[in-house]
Design a protein around this ligand. Sequence first.
Ligand code: TYC
Length: 103
Amino acid sequence: EIPQHDHDLATGTVEPRLKPPARYKVIMLNDDYTPMDFVVEVLEGFFSMTREAATQVMLRVHTEGRAVCGIYSKDIAETKAAQVTDHARECQHPLMCQIEREE
Ligand code: TYC
């Protein structure tokens, strides 16, 4: 069994050994209705991509069905996915993001 704590013999304190927090992929899904221009603007605006990078990712989603648009802590990934979905809905597009825990 792997010990979970470093015992400091001088002070008697215990230092918890924390595993690094899990990372989550934000994955964009293809659909038949959302305009390509809108997807490119979303990728620029919510994921800070250049026009060129956003266009590449959009085309990958369009041809392969899905693509990773960023990797974040769980909180940030959930927020980004919700922001994209909410913004798309406000503009009456079916665009969707989902999140997936990294291996
Ligand atoms: N398939 C859409 C179209 O032909 C474009 C599109 C790309 C939609 C990526 C969603 O995540 C998406 N207009």
